[in-house]
Design a protein around this ligand. Structure first.
Ligand code: BDR
Ligand code: CA
Length: 313
């Protein structure tokens, strides 16, 4: 199985990504690292533990990460995920405690204590934890197999500002540290994740699956009347972060190419914008495999197949 560490700010779509990873025998989830993002760290960390219990894996450690971005004030996304981060889903308070130690130290130790190139980081939130680890222990850059990050936007523009996607916008300096690190990075931008929506038909397909994890996804993404939640006026919430796990499981569902990507950290108007050099006009070496094609139905089929395999209610 491929070893992964999930760095996350759950977050509704993070929750689905975590459940998908737990349900996939091809992946060995070493740990979860919580970071401040969609909601404050106290919530993302508790949510991470509660989701592991829901997914039947309370043995996986959850490490508390950074409470705030490197430079800027925290920006949450409670309007999307609710104050709890998992609005619509009532999970019991987790009984397993958080792991001892800071997520940044855990990441450094985990990478230094395993053969180089054998751990992949699934990055589902702002890059704060990883950037901190890179500043503290730059040698880890050569030890990570790959970072697969749901982040950025190009053709469609952003979801927080017209220019920027949330995970980059929430900590643009951390994104800049990561993009300059020479770690192999796969970026899955909004342009693709906006295609994987939980429409009414897809929600109904999940309703027919008799597992607690499928029911949880339905609860997260339907309103009180059972209709699909809307985002920016469009029916069916996008499943952003599950695309990261789907990419690891079925890379053939995606297509992309190597390009140089930089992040804007100065302009108030375009803060957090991912500037992708598609024609090589900067002369800079490629630092990212930028995903530009997705089989959205294939991603959804994979998710429903895996949720169906879990323990029945
Ligand atoms: C990203 O921002 C968060 O709100 C989601 O969890 C996802 O990681 C989408 O822009
Ligand atoms: Ca997220």
């Amino acid at each position: 199985a491929r070893r992964i560490i999930i760095d996350t700010d759950p977050g509704k779509d993070d929750a689905v990504a975590i459940l998908l990873a737990l349900a996939s025998p091809e992946l060995e989830v070493m740990s979860l690292m919580a970071v401040a993002g969609n909601v404050p760290l106290a919530r993302t960390e508790t949510n991470a533990r509660a989701l592991l219990e829901l997914g039947g894996r309370p043995d996986i450690p959850v490490f508390r990460g950074c409470e705030r971005p490197l430079v800027r004030d925290p920006v949450t996304a409670k309007h999307v995920h609710g104050a709890s981060g998992l609005e619509g889903l009532a999970l019991p308070e987790p009984t397993c405690p958080a792991a001892d130690g800071h997520a940044v130290d855990h990441l450094i130790a985990a990478l230094n204590n395993t053969p180089a190139g054998t751990v992949t980081l699934c990055l589902l939130g702002p890059a704060t934890n990883l950037a901190m680890a890179l500043v503290k222990a730059p040698e880890i850059a050569t030890r990570i197999q790959e970072v697969v990050w749901m982040a950025g936007a190009r053709r469609e523009g952003g979801n927080v500002t017209p220019a920027a996607e949330y995970n980059v916008h929430a900590d643009p300096e951390a994104a800049a540290v990561l993009l300059r690190s020479r770690i192999p990075i796969v970026m899955i931008p909004l342009d693709l994740t906006h295609q994987v929506r939980l429409s009414k038909a897809r929600l109904n397909r999940l309703r027919a699956i008799p597992t607690a994890t499928a029911a949880a996804v339905v609860d997260l993404f339907s309103d009180a009347a059972g209709d699909p939640v809307r985002e920016h006026g469009i029916e069916g919430a996008p499943l952003h972060d599950p695309c990261v796990v789907a990419y690891l499981l079925r890379p053939a569902l995606f297509s992309g190419h190597a390009i140089h990507v930089a992040v804007e950290t100065a302009s108030p108007l375009t803060l957090g914008m991912t500037v992708a050099d598609c024609f090589g006009v900067t002369g800079c070496d490629a630092n990212v495999t930028w995903m530009s094609g997705i089989d959205a139905q294939g991603v959804f089929d994979l998710l429903s197949e895996r949720l169906a395999a879990g323990p029945h209610r």
